[in-house]
Design a protein around this ligand. Structure first.
Ligand code: AMP
Length: 304
């Protein structure tokens, strides 16, 4: 998130046309999806906050391969932002998103307003309890996951997807949504997808537009530190303490970065571990100027 609102817009590069539809009304969307299911179509769903980049497009590409109907939602969800976070200045460009979605083969875009999702009198929330939502991002952003699970549960009930795709860029979010889906017996298959990075390694994020050129350069130390940690583990180190110290040491080389957390956790439970192995994920959150960035690395996976 960023407290400032300086947005550096990327250039748009898409202009395909086809029968893609944009629907804002909830009932219309729900009926359209129920009709598709009744006609035997499978539905793949990619929920996003828009301002699409190649990370989002990788989810759409996979969804396109796996289902008959590909649904994208674009909704900057107010309940997952705390007061003082970047809700008001979160980057938005619906026309550009529409063009990219069309090119990616999206059939339906669900594009509701906040008043439609949370009308006056709204009072129902879905929350995953316990350490999965109180550690890491949950420790820094107390109400964030409650907002995420509430909106994703609502979107699942509106879109009725057979499968939904989420990026491992938001590793904890994927774990929380998987937990909610299992716990509520929701008939949706959750698919986690690899992190898509810029050519120089920075994990793609809609929030990267907040970064000044200097901050953009400093932000490269996130991926550099994760790559270094992998080398340390490959060289035989198994003590989490030592691996995490090497990451911190790399991050503090950029004097203006503020570390929120750097942790080694079990990839399924997100419990902290003292010894790293193939089931470990290293997660970090760092503030670069006013922008807060997250990244992670599964130790079993090649750094991409
Ligand atoms: P957002 O619009 O940031 O809420 O993200 C929507 C979805 O895209 C979430 O499932 C994210 O994890 C996923 N996503 C965002 N950035 C990336 C990335 N760099 N690589 C892969 N997936 C991503």
């Amino acid at each position: 998130m960023a407290l400032g609102c300086d947005v550096r817009l990327p250039r748009s590069s898409s202009h395909a046309t086809d029968s893609m539809e944009t629907i804002s009304d909830i009932k219309t969307m729900q009926d359209r999806c129920l009709q598709a299911r009744a006609a035997g179509q499978t539905i793949a769903f990619v929920p996003t906050m828009g301002f699409l980049h190649d990370g989002h497009l990788s989810l759409l590409q996979e969804g396109r391969k796996r289902a008959d109907l590909l649904v994208l939602s674009i909704f900057v969800n107010p309940t997952q932002f705390a007061p003082g976070e970047d809700l008001d200045c979160y980057p938005r460009d619906f026309e550009r998103d529409e063009a990219l979605a069309r090119k990616a083969g999206v059939d339906l875009i669900f594009y509701p307003t906040a008043e439609m999702i949370y009308p006056s009198g709204y009072a129902t929330y879905v929350a995953v309890e316990g350490p999965l939502t109180t550690t890491l991002e949950g420790a820094c952003r107390a109400t964030h996951f409650r907002g995420v699970t509430t909106v994703v549960a609502k979107l699942f009930l509106i879109v009725q997807p057979h499968l939904a795709l989420f990026g491992r860029k938001d590793f904890q979010q994927l774990a929380v949504i998987s937990r909610m889906t299992t716990d509520l017996n929701l008939p949706v298959k959750i698919i986690g997808m690899p992190i898509v990075r810029e050519a120089d390694g920075l994990a793609m994020s809609s929030r990267n537009v907040y970064l000044s050129p200097k901050e953009r350069q400093q932000a490269l130390s996130l991926v550099a530190s994760l790559r270094q940690a992998r080398s340390v583990v490959r060289a035989g180190e198994t003590e989490a303490k030592t691996v995490l110290a090497s990451i911190r040491q790399r991050l503090v080389q950029e004097s203006e970065l503020v570390i929120d957390y750097v942790k080694a956790c079990h990839a399924q439970t997100l419990d902290e571990v003292s010894t790293v192995d193939a089931e470990t994920v290293i997660l970090l959150a760092v503030r670069v100027g006013k922008t807060r960035l997250i990244d992670n690395q599964l130790l079993a996976e090649e750094v991409n």
